[in-house]
Design a protein around this ligand. Structure first.
Ligand SMILES: Nc1ncnc2c1ncn2[C@@H]1O[C@H](COP(=O)(O)OP(=O)(O)O)[C@@H](O)[C@H]1O
Ligand SMILES: Nc1ccn([C@H]2C[C@H](O)[C@@H](COP(=O)(O)OP(=O)(O)O)O2)c(=O)n1
Ligand SMILES: [Mg+2]
Length: 246
């Protein structure tokens, strides 16, 4: 029901794109799980286990909202507003990955190549960046923007953290609107060009929609109509967050 037809512009994309992305996600799953343990598990256990009064900071399990939607659906724009009005820490998986590229680290090159191709970065890299950012922020309410992007991302996070998100906000936007927004974003991003956008939309359909379906079946998804102005959309978002208990 969430699948949308893209305009003629996107109908001619090469059939290999989604299978490449899918195999990347699947491929990494084979390597991921053994290598995550036990170090990361122990660190995350400390982060997420209630230790009232013992750590001098936030001692509660943080409230976690995953924020999903296609590329250009307005996740980042809405997260900024939620953070400002509701006091959430805003952790953008894409920003964390771009920061890693900018740092010149060894992983940066792989991340850059992957993002240019519109594919998904190996989950162990992304989850580790999110884990560190959560630890640093020490926040009790966290928006995780643009994650999990595929089942491998989801499984890696839930396995390491040992829990599910409290809520999954899904910005539902027609593809032609997302394309228009991305082409006008003008932030100098290597992936905001029509070729990469086509691939990202295919990846969203083939890998991210199943994650949304999964959380939907568990009653976690709150779908927001992401058309209209940013302020109009935020009216609905504001209502939603006002109704949540965190
Ligand atoms: N409701 C909206 N209407 C028009 N443009 C929007 C809207 N929301 C966001 N934008 C613009 O669209 C582009 C993509 O938004 P962004 O928040 O970065 O989306 P995402 O994080 O989902 O890719 C940005 O240039 C942003 O300013
Ligand atoms: N969980 C994630 C999030 C982003 N990435 C990569 C792949 C995505 O196309 C890029 C950009 O992600 P970002 O969330 O910033 O993109 P949008 O806000 O949806 O336009 O980063 C990833 O590999 N895994
Ligand atoms: Mg974004």
């Amino acid at each position: 029901m969430w699948r949308r037809r893209l305009g003629a512009l996107l109908l001619r994309s090469p059939p290999s794109s989604s299978s490449t992305a899918a195999s990347s996600c699947q491929h990494r799953r084979r390597h991921l799980l053994p290598s995550e343990e036990p170090l990361a598990v122990n660190r995350l256990a400390r982060l997420f286990t209630s230790q009232a009064g013992s750590d001098g900071g936030n001692s509660q399990k943080p409230f976690i909202a995953f924020v999903l939607g296609g590329p250009g659906s307005g996740k980042g724009t809405q997260c900024t507003k939620i953070a400002s009005d509701f006091g959430f820490a805003h952790l953008s998986a894409g920003d964390l990955l771009r920061h890693e590229i900018a740092s010149g680290s060894e992983k940066g090159e792989l991340i850059l190549d992957t993002i240019k191709e519109g594919r998904i970065v190996p989950s162990e890299i992304t989850v580790e960046l999110i884990r560190k950012a959560m630890e640093t922020s020490n926040a009790n309410k966290v928006l995780i923007d643009g994650f999990p992007r595929c089942e491998e991302n989801r499984i890696a996070f839930e396995r390491i953290v040992g829990r599910e998100p409290d809520v999954v906000v899904f910005f539902d936007c027609p593809e032609d609107e997302m394309v228009k927004r991305l082409l006008g974003r003008n932030q100098g991003r290597v992936d905001d060009n029509i070729e990469t956008i086509k691939k990202r939309l295919k990846v969203f359909e083939s890998l991210n929609i199943p994650v949304i379906d999964y959380y939907s079946s568990r009653g976690k998804v709150r779908k927001i109509n992401a058309t209209g102005t940013a302020d109009e959309i935020f009216d609905a978002v504001h209502k939603l967050f006002s109704s949540l208990r965190f």
